[in-house]
Design a protein around this ligand. Structure first.
Ligand SMILES: [Zn+2]
Length: 198
């Protein structure tokens, strides 16, 4: 909690308006969810920052491993105006969502909209996964060369519902792979889309 509040304070000093939050890790799930809600509630009251809740891979006792858990955290927060979601593709895949299948992706988005309401996805973390579907292991990998694959990323980044949303890649920092990943991503993007990546 103290570390989290320190980060909020740093954001304020640096003029950063939004922060992506991992929901933490606790052996007692319910307690972990309650603590995450309380910490975020406190941060929202103490500052004018916006919070994006990020889904986890479900590694260890990681909280926020699926939409239901993220929603439980969300429900424990008093004021939702400045709270939205950051969906990480590698975490989704590792936690068991087979986002290679279009119908799974669509069902996921429907579930998010149904629970949180429309326009609550604020950001995507676009990472391929080195580990298998449902592995619960958080291993980001280069776009198109992991278990998620190019085909799925083409579908995901060209989803018109997210035409203007930014995507952030958190792929491993080796050699010149950042440029390579950016090139791959841009090559998959349809000219109809105005998305940007970093
Ligand atoms: Zn992420």
């Amino acid at each position: 909690m103290r570390g989290f509040l320190h980060e909020i304070d740093l954001c304020r000093q640096l003029g950063i308006r939004a922060m992506v939050v991992h929901c933490g890790s606790r052996p007692q799930r319910d307690k972990g969810i309650r603590m995450a809600s309380q910490a975020i509630d406190h941060a929202l009251k103490e500052s004018d920052i916006s919070i994006l809740l990020e889904n986890s891979a479900g590694q260890g006792h990681g909280i926020g491993r699926n939409i239901v858990e993220l929603f439980e955290i969300y429900q424990g927060i008093e004021n939702h105006e400045r709270v939205s979601l950051c969906l990480d593709t590698a975490h989704l895949f590792a936690s068991g969502y087979d986002i290679r299948a279009r119908e799974v992706w669509d069902a996921l988005i429907r579930e998010v909209d149904g629970r949180f309401g429309p326009h609550k996805i604020g950001l995507f973390h676009l990472n391929d996964s080195k580990t298998d579907l449902g592995s619960k292991a958080d291993r980001h990998w280069h776009i198109g060369t992991g278990k998620i694959g190019l085909h799925a990323f083409r579908d995901i980044i060209n989803d018109l519902r997210f035409r203007n949303l930014m995507g952030v890649m958190e792929t491993p920092k080796v050699d010149s792979m950042d440029e390579e990943n950016m090139k791959t991503m841009k090559s998959l993007l349809s000219p109809l889309m105005s998305r940007s990546f970093s």
